[in-house]
Design a protein around this ligand. Sequence first.
Ligand code: GLY
Length: 358
Amino acid sequence: MSTARVLVRAEHDYEVLIGRALEAEVVGAVGTEPRRVLLVHQPPLAGRAARLREALGDAGHDVLLAQVPDGEAAKTAAVLTDLWSRLGQAAFTRQDLVVGLGGGAVTDLAGFVAASWLRGVPVVQVPTTLLGMVDAAVGGKTAINTPEGKNLVGAFHSPRAVVCDLDTLATLPPDDHAAGLAEVVKCGFIADPRILELVEADGGTGARDPGSPVVAELVRRAVEVKAEVVSDDLREAGRREFLNYGHTLGHAIELSEDFRWKHGHAVSVGMVFAAELGHAAGRLGDEDVARHRGVLGALGLPLTYRQDRLPVLLEAMGRDKKTRGATLRFVVLDGVGRPGRLEGPPTELLEQAYAAIA
Ligand code: GLY
């Protein structure tokens, strides 16, 4: 397949590359001038990191490999401090560069190290999960967690490039792949109905197969949606909030499950809830609500949550950092591709929508 290139407009414009066997593109994005490169990765990607180190070394760069703990354990102040020490000891300058190779946790961490060191050094993001490719690594949000919550410390720091090598998706567990597809479907509902049609055309078979051309098209389309939205609203003053479709209830489910649920699974239930809420508010028709269950269900994503949990979820939504002021805010649809806001819906409406997903 040929490599797709999607432009993102930010403080500096950058490209998201989508294709296969893209190691040379990562080296190209780092540049021809010799520099120090901090290559951040997690243990399962040690082999790939070693190969990339060699390729970068062959191109004249001096690579520091930084293996960080697996999963969300990478996104801590302790890991960040350790990386800062490594940069200090290597006398890392603004001419040097960070590479984040991994899932969303690694690209969030690598992005924040790059944002904070010397008030900002360049970062090239190399997401290796579907969620990382279509969401975390694109758009310049970087963060670490604190004991009080996820992503509470962070910065906007746009990458120099994002390189999505679809070959890396083959090793992803099917559950993680499906969870990433939830964010792809989200892009379908808020902006690009062709994404929904691609899933509907074969009952989700192509979408579930990481090697299929359908996945390549889905990733490109989802990245195009995200690129368009963040190019228009980098700092989330307006439209970027629409990318949180399904996330208000989704975050609350993640919290109530102590993060044992995958993000995409929680967002899947959150989107069905948001569709029901839009329906209860008289804004979204029956067929579009049914389409949520059809598409997400075809991908093996969850559509329901425990009946007794509404009070706990309401409490969690109230505490969500994205809540502005005292009222709950939801992204709802006025039709496929027509996102809008619903602020402070009455409790009866929330109960009605919840009853439909419980
Ligand atoms: N993940 C939502 C955003 O990047 O704004």
